[in-house]
Design a protein around this ligand. Sequence first.
Ligand code: SAH
Length: 231
Amino acid sequence: MADRYFSEEPLAGQSATLRGNEAHHLLHVMRAKVGTEIIVFDGRGGEWWSEVTQLGRTEVEVVLKQHRQIERELAAEFTLAVALPKGDRQRWLVEKAVEMGVTRIVPLTTARSTVSTAEAPAKLARYVIEASKQCGRNRLMEIAKPQAWDEIVKEGLEANKFVAHPGGLAVGEIRRNEQAATVLAVGPEGGLTDEEIQLAGQQGWQIVGLGERILRIETAALALLARLTVG
Ligand code: SAH
């Protein structure tokens, strides 16, 4: 696969201008020349086979040669509602969620995690773009606004609603419609409270256990994502 670059501006017409990190990478890391072939995507679906036509000091002009309607999305929408861990672990989780095909992350606030620890939106957006470049996704994972557990637990309109909680059903025992949208919730380090889990049960969520050990937030999320999205 040719190197992939992201365009902040929606792609349309014959040409595009790459700026910022993308131009910097092409100019100073890849040392692109006029004629270098690359793939450009704008996160709204599909990708463009392109060629560098002009090298500026901070910008790179490309001609959009051929549009390919390539999608690398899951069969149905997948929402990960998660009490975000901090720092590097947050970055790791966002990156892996993009790789696994998650449609959107909803930062979750719960009884034991009232403060939202989401990093600055621009930083999170950059993680999403970098992961999408690497894994070939042509649609950007959304980072939605934070939501409280009490809200999402009632609103979750998806057909498949799962919440990870120690002692829940084994993954092999859950009911699931693979063609329908899914929401997966993972709680904070302190865990979800008995009341929060009870509420989920009343609202038709299935409570899923992941074995005898207590996993970190990002481990629990990735373990379930792997079970639910691959294969
Ligand atoms: N302190 C809590 C665990 C919190 S771990 C306790 O002792 O119960 C953070 C989150 O990861 C949990 O809210 C849950 O959503 C998920 N998780 C961690 N280990 C899990 C397991 N064995 N089974 C299911 N979910 C788990």
